[in-house]
Design a protein around this ligand. Structure first.
Ligand code: QAP
Ligand code: CO
Length: 201
């Protein structure tokens, strides 16, 4: 564990994704369009939500998940850009994925500032499965946030970590990454996604 957040270093020593699989809401669910409310109660229920969101993210698998994506309009998201996912074939021929090197991060009531530079990164989203596109974001940011006990922290982030924080923070403001694209790409990919979704339904 290499978490820079002291309370999580302890809590996530020997971490294994355990918890409920939450339902992930896909575009264009109304909950994805709402501005989320600040988290005010730092209690056991909040910790359980964070753990269930992490488990849901690891199983998906994904690198980031915001509360509105699981139908909860509150300002928090979870993330792990470091974990490894290895395909293993058991002796009976069944295939499984083994996860290791977890570095779970939890951001509650985040505020982003000092946006600097520019980076183009191919993004995806568990709420828009199957769609990937380059998005332009700030390369470097500072984020202020609270942990699940309410303690305040500041983190400087670059590259993928910075991109992922900005992507997840957008969810708290009712924005999905499609809305960060040119109108042409946005319309094209939105149509493509809705068409595929309709076919599956
Ligand atoms: C946001 O997204 C992100 O389409 C997190 O079929 C992604 O974890 C920020 C996923 C990339 C920066 C760069 C997407 C899983 C996971 C899919 C995710 C899919 C299955 C997306
Ligand atoms: Co997303």
């Amino acid at each position: 564990m290499k978490s820079t957040i002291p309370i999580y270093q302890e809590a996530f020593n020997d971490y294994r994704p355990e918890g409920e699989d939450l339902k992930i809401y896909t575009y264009p669910s109304p909950v994805l369009k709402k501005i989320a409310e600040p988290v005010e109660r730092f209690d056991g229920e909040l910790k359980e939500l964070c753990l269930n969101m992490l488990a849901t993210m690891y199983r998906a698998p994904g690198i980031g998940l915001a509360a509105p994506q699981v139908g909860i309009s509150q300002r928090l998201f979870v993330m792990d850009i470091d974990y490894k996912r290895e395909k293993v074939t058991r002796s009976d021929g069944t295939v499984e994925f083994e996860l290791s090197e977890f570095n779970p991060l939890i951001f509650i009531n985040p505020i982003i500032e000092n946006k600097k530079g520019e980076i183009l990164y191919q993004e995806g989203c568990l709420s828009v499965p199957g769609i990937y596109e380059d998005v332009k974001r700030a390369e470097s940011i500072t984020v202020h946030f609270q942990d699940w006990e309410g303690n305040e922290h500041t983190l400087n982030a670059q590259e993928l970590l910075s991109v992922c924080i900005q992507h997840e923070n957008d969810h708290l403001d009712g924005i999905v990454f499609l809305e960060r694209l040119s109108l042409i790409k946005r319309n094209l990919l939105t149509k493509k996604f809705l068409k595929k979704k309709k076919k599956k339904a």
